[in-house]
Design a protein around this ligand. Structure first.
Ligand SMILES: NC(=O)c1ccc[n+]([C@@H]2O[C@H](COP(=O)([O-])OP(=O)(O)OC[C@H]3O[C@@H](n4cnc5c(N)ncnc54)[C@H](OP(=O)(O)O)[C@@H]3O)[C@@H](O)[C@H]2O)c1
Length: 285
């Protein structure tokens, strides 16, 4: 059993506090709007006297500014702050210096599940910062999710988190465009679903459509062989898809952006290479 103070009782922090309690830990809770602590106090948590009341502070708030606002000028001597809030990697690095200046240590984190997933199998969280400090608290943090350490640079946890979300948001937005297009011709989303699921699975596979692995390998090698599947052909193809969406009376912001990126790589003279050559354009805005 460990002592942990949860700072920030939005949907995530509240579920974290509940999960620590269920795992048998001594839990204190603090929130800017104090009334949100009441349901957790009813379940056995202690109302913390301040956000800095405790040795292990697990923070889940809207941004790193909220941590500054909550801790104020409290001394953090010897305390470990584990912040699972989202912000930019640079904000996390600044946060680490801020905590250090006050005598504490910051472990940064990006948690990859919404509230119902906290404490459930398959949940994982990217952590970065000093590994020895994380190791001391990994047993407690394991109540929330698998503890996945990505390195000492405190910005890294957020980079991994955002890397995953970029894939999540963009692929699911494209899925929404796909369903919307088919629905204009009377195909229901559930009729299309098996094909979409198959593609999502295949993209992560080792098969001929296993493009996650293919593109990672090409990026590492710095070579993007086009073969019979050139970027130029795909730049023209996505143009057709954008026209199809427009013909169907749908909005086209994201597909238009993809088209512009493909066309730029093509115009830069790499149309004979494969789709992976787009990575070179992403690296040169
Ligand atoms: N929800 C998800 O599915 C999910 C999944 C993964 C990661 N995350 C990340 O987890 C973090 C928490 O998310 P959330 O969904 O629980 O809710 P949220 O709306 O991002 O954050 C709410 C919390 O932030 C506090 N807060 C906001 N501004 C503050 C300030 N200036 N000073 C002190 N406290 C402040 C709120 O306090 P009050 O109650 O007083 O307003 C509340 O406790 C976010 O960074 C989010 O990106 C969320």
């Amino acid at each position: 059993m460990s002592h942990v103070t949860v700072v920030g009782l939005g949907p995530m922090g509240s579920k974290m506090a509940e999960t620590f309690l269920a795992a048998g830990h001594e839990v204190a809770v603090w929130n800017r709007t104090a009334s949100k602590a009441a349901p957790l106090v009813a379940k056995g948590a202690r109302q913390a006297a301040s956000a800095a009341d405790g040795e292990l502070l697990v923070v889940s708030q809207i941004s790193y500014q909220a941590m500054y606002d909550s801790l104020g000028d409290a001394g953090l001597d010897g305390k470990v702050v584990v912040n699972l809030s989202s912000d930019t990697p640079e904000a996390l690095r600044r946060g680490a210096r801020w905590v250090e200046e006050r005598g504490g240590t910051l472990i940064t984190a990006g948690i990859m599940v919404p509230p119902p997933g906290i404490g459930q199998p398959g949940a994982y969280t990217f952590y970065s910062g000093p590994k020895d400090v994380l190791d001391r608290h990994a047993g407690t943090l394991a109540a929330l999710s698998e503890v996945t350490y990505v390195g000492p640079d405190q910005g890294l946890a957020m980079m991994y988190y955002q890397a995953q979300l970029l894939i999540f948001w963009s692929s699911l937005t494209s899925f929404m465009h796909a369903m919307a297009l088919l629905r204009t011709a009377g195909t229901s989303p559930m009729e299309f679903l098996p094909f979409a699921r198959d593609l999502f699975t295949q993209l992560g596979s080792d098969g001929p459509m296993g493009y996650a692995k293919i593109l990672a390998g090409e990026f590492e090698a710095g070579e993007y062989p086009g073969g019979q599947n050139s970027l130029h052909m795909q730049a023209v193809g996505i143009g057709h898809a954008v026209e199809a969406l427009a013909e169907a009376g749908l909005e086209t912001t994201v597909p238009e952006a993809l088209k512009a990126l493909f066309e730029r790589a093509d115009a830069e003279g790499r149309g004979h290479e494969g789709l992976g050559t787009v990575i070179e354009s992403i690296g040169k805005p």
